[in-house]
Design a protein around this ligand. Structure first.
Ligand code: ADP
Ligand code: MG
Length: 236
């Protein structure tokens, strides 16, 4: 596959490392600890894709409220209002709150209904689910390996390029708990790295991307001058 038609992350310096971006239709895990900018990176893909290429997208948030997320994005210069005709933020956190105490088994059905209806109304090319971790907690799979496989099959049928945000625990280096690291077409890992006694930097790396000759290396992830950037790690 050539680089044309690929979904650029618009993290400056990173798309070249992915041979142009994410192949369309891929389901990609975006995994990392809290505060590693997973949500910001995921939004950046939708926001810049809409501004620069007119791509349509949907962002389903399951934990952070739309207001909190939008406020964060505004401080980063990526106001959702600027792309509201192309990208919708769906706040399932709010629905969770209002439907507290509802049978857990129906959560996955509600989620699927939203994702499906949005696909029909918006026909989004890109879908972000923030996060898969919360979705799995709510869904309470009793046969996780099999149900994860079925969930991925269902996602593939949506015919969108999908980013699944995955919350990793500190000191746990697993990208998934139920086989999602094998089911996913790609994995992008973001992490905090201690560079000396006092300083911590963020890092980004493509662990896996089917159909791509990608760099497996870590790059420094920074937000500077209003842009997310991945630069070579300079030996400290
Ligand atoms: N204006 C800003 N410039 C640079 N970094 C910021 C700015 N605003 C917030 N951050 C950083 O972004 C982090 C949150 O990013 P977020 O995408 O929500 O992370 P995650 O989804 O991985 O938990 C904050 O912990 C903060 O360090
Ligand atoms: Mg987040």
């Amino acid at each position: 596959m050539g680089s044309s038609g690929r979904i650029r992350t618009y993290v400056q310096g990173f798309d070249e490392k992915l041979s142009g971006g994410i192949p369309p239709g891929h389901i990609v895990l975006l995994a990392g600890e809290a505060g590693t900018m997973k949500s910001t990176v995921a939004w950046n893909v939708l926001h810049s894709g809409a501004v620069k290429e007119g791509r349509t997208g949907a962002y389903i948030t399951l934990e952070q409220s739309r207001e909190s997320f939008a406020a964060h994005l505004r401080t980063m210069g990526m106001d959702p209002k600027a792309v509201e005709d192309k990208v919708s933020i769906v706040d399932l956190a709010m629905i969770r709150k209002n439907l507290e105490g509802m049978a857990e088994s129906t959560w996955l059905e509600i989620f699927k209904m939203y994702a499906h209806n949005l696909k029909k109304s918006l026909n989004y090319e890109l879908l972000v689910i923030d996060s898969l971790t919360v979705l799995l907690t709510l869904a309470r799979f009793d046969r996780p390996r099999e149900q994860m496989f079925q969930l991925f099959e269902w996602l593939r049928d949506l015919k969108a390029t999908t980013l699944l945000v995955s919350e990793m625990r500190t000191k746990n280096d697993e990208f998934g708990a139920h086989g999602e690291e094998f089911l996913a077409d790609g994995i992008i890992h973001v992490k905090m790295e201690r560079v000396d006694d006092a300083n911590i930097q963020r890092r980004i790396r493509c662990v896996k991307m089917r159909g791509s000759a990608h760099s497996p290396n870590y790059y420094t992830l920074m937000f500077e001058n209003g842009f997310l950037q991945a630069t070579r790690v300079i030996a400290e």
